[in-house]
Write a new protein. Structure first.
Length: 137
């Protein structure tokens, strides 16, 4: 799974640099992005152009900040990434953020599904990872 984790590290580094072209390096052309209800840009996005625009919209709200990885948890083709985001939005003076998780599905070395979870436990359940099985990748 090191190739997949390298791909995810590249993805988050590109997000932090606001390099929208680079984020798609490891996306399958038919990628599906799911952001849950209650998130700022909730919805389902399909294909590289829609997912790029979705990330561009979300990342474009940041004046400064980052989204840092805190752990990778693997179950077969699914990887859960623990994240810590700390950002200052355009026009704001206060910083905001918190801990959450993203989930990815890989097929043939490409990301075919990318979803976010407000609660880390939800991401682990989605991936079929139980606490006793949880080992950082």
């Amino acid at each position: 799974m090191s190739r997949e984790i390298d791909a995810l590290q590249h993805f988050y580094a590109a997000v932090n640099r606001n390099d929208i072209e680079a984020i798609t390096r490891d996306f399958d052309p038919q990628i599906v992005r799911i952001e849950p209800e209650g998130f700022p840009t909730a919805g389902t996005y399909r294909g590289i152009p829609e997912v790029q625009q979705h990330v561009r919209t979300g990342r474009g709200t940041w004046a400064e900040g980052s989204c840092e990885t805190e752990g990778f948890f693997v179950n077969a083709e699914k990887i859960v990434v623990y994240l810590y985001a700390w950002v200052r939005l355009h026009g704001a003076t206060d910083w905001t953020g918190g801990r959450f998780a993203d989930g990815f599905v890989f097929r043939n070395g490409k990301i075919i599904e990318y979803r976010s979870f407000g609660e880390r436990a939800q991401a682990l359940a989605w991936a079929g990872i139980h606490d006793q099985d949880r080992h950082p990748g």
